[in-house]
Write a protein that binds this ligand. Structure first.
Ligand SMILES: *Cc1c(COP(=O)(O)O)cnc(C)c1O
Length: 388
């Protein structure tokens, strides 16, 4: 997709959301999701990667309307818990298109998934493979390998995945336990900006497949995880560029023996569809000589801006005073928690006449916001979502 077309898209999304906000004037803070944008992003990924099966990562935005739309569009789903399974089933997804992709699960949750018809699980440990064999007999299992996440704005560290040698042994074990050893999964880190970031995982998957094939065990699938980025401020490589990188790695490492390929985009489907409208609660200064004002919003780290931790994600902001002269600010949330400061190192300039009651709109905020908001920390309710 050409860059100018992508910009036009973003302008159109924002315009539809602004029309809704002007008409309905919802209480703030409020996340507005434009379903048409969700639909477009899913369709864009499908057309950039026509030979790849899309599993939407529900955790990025679990609004029922979003899940229903994607189910109707033919998407599959990556879930992490029984509640996400129920959500997908209630919104029209068949159990056969659900992947229980969380390697950390209780035996009871595996049994629940199995009772609902889910037959695809991701593991990264012997205990979990044995639990899947016991509570979801005959199911398919993908082994998640640990890959580096260089190029990722929001890496996973070492929490998930085992090394390829262990994954090979566990696929063999799965086979022995009567499971279908389906293949290899990995996640190259979220908000991944390097179009070649999938290469290492694909190379490892091909080596594992070759090794097992020599023993008479055929694995059929590679799950590329998430990581496709959203455009927060700086532009990222385009989807066709990512598709080129991924397809080149697949043919380099698998040659003619191309496996079934799954991808689990979350952010790339939901982020740009959302805008959060917040209000200014207070503007103040720490001292008479301090040039930087503190702007406190009615949303912070605990009502949905979790990804501003470490200032990893720097959202674009618009205010109802845009056009006035601006000056530097620290931006903070409303709670009495010391960590509830949104941006103090990243440079933000906001209008000098900004005052209590003015709106601050947070753009590209559809992913990992409402799903991260706390139930009621400090008495602040969770972030409300409206789908239009
Ligand atoms: C969170 C997650 C995703 C989605 O990641 P994005 O970077 O939002 O695309 C995909 N797969 C798994 C297993 C995940 O945990």
């Amino acid at each position: 997709m050409a860059e100018s077309f992508a910009v036009e898209r973003r302008v159109a999304t924002e315009a539809r959301i602004r029309r809704f906000l002007e008409r309905e004037k919802p209480q703030t803070p409020c996340l507005v999701i434009d379903l048409e944008t969700v639909r477009q992003h899913h369709a864009d990924i499908a057309s950039a990667l026509p030979r790849v099966d899309i599993f939407y990562a529900v955790k990025s935005n679990p609004a029922p309307e979003v899940v229903a739309l994607l189910a109707a569009a033919g998407s599959s789903f990556d879930v992490a818990s029984p509640a996400e399974i129920d959500l997908c089933l209630e919104q029209g997804a068949a159990p056969s298109v659900i992947s229980y992709s969380n390697p950390i699960k209780k035996a009871a949750d595996i049994a629940y998934a199995y009772s609902k018809g889910v037959r695809l699980f991701v593991s990264d440990s012997e205990q979990d493979v044995r639990a899947v064999a016991a509570h979801a007999p005959g199911s398919s299992v993908l082994l998640r390998i640990l890959v580096h996440s260089k190029g990722s704005t929001y890496p996973f560290g070492r929490k998930f995945g085992c090394d390829p040698e262990m994954a090979t042994d566990l696929l063999r074990l799965a086979h022995e336990l009567g499971l279908v050893p389906l293949g290899v999964a990995f996640h190259a880190g979220s908000q991944q900006l390097d179009v070649n970031a999938w290469d290492g995982g694909i190379a490892d998957a091909a080596l594992i497949a070759a090794k097992l094939r020599a023993e008479g065990i055929e694995i059929s699938t590679v799950n590329l995880g998430g990581g496709l980025p959203a455009v927060y401020q700086a532009s990222t490589p385009t989807l066709p560029e990512f598709a080129l990188g991924i397809e080149a790695s697949l043919s380099r490492h698998f040659g003619a023996a191309r496996p079934r390929v799954m991808i689990e985009p979350g952010r790339a489907i939901s982020a740009e569809a959302g805008l959060i409208r917040s209000s200014v609660v207070l503007v103040s200064r720490r001292s008479y000589s301090d040039e930087r004002r503190w702007v406190y919003l009615d949303i912070g780290r605990y009502q949905g801006l979790a990804e501003t931790e470490g200032e990893a994600i720097a959202y674009s902001l618009r205010t109802s005073r845009d056009g006035s002269p601006v000056g530097p600010v620290v931006i903070a949330g409303p709670t009495c928690d010391a960590d509830d400061v949104i941006y103090q190192h990243t440079r933000y300039d906001l209008p000098l006449d900004l005052e209590a009651g003015d709106f601050v709109d947070i753009l590209c905020a559809g992913a990992y916001t409402s799903s991260y908001s706390s139930v009621c920390f400090n008495g602040f309710p969770p972030l409300a979502t409206v789908c239009i």
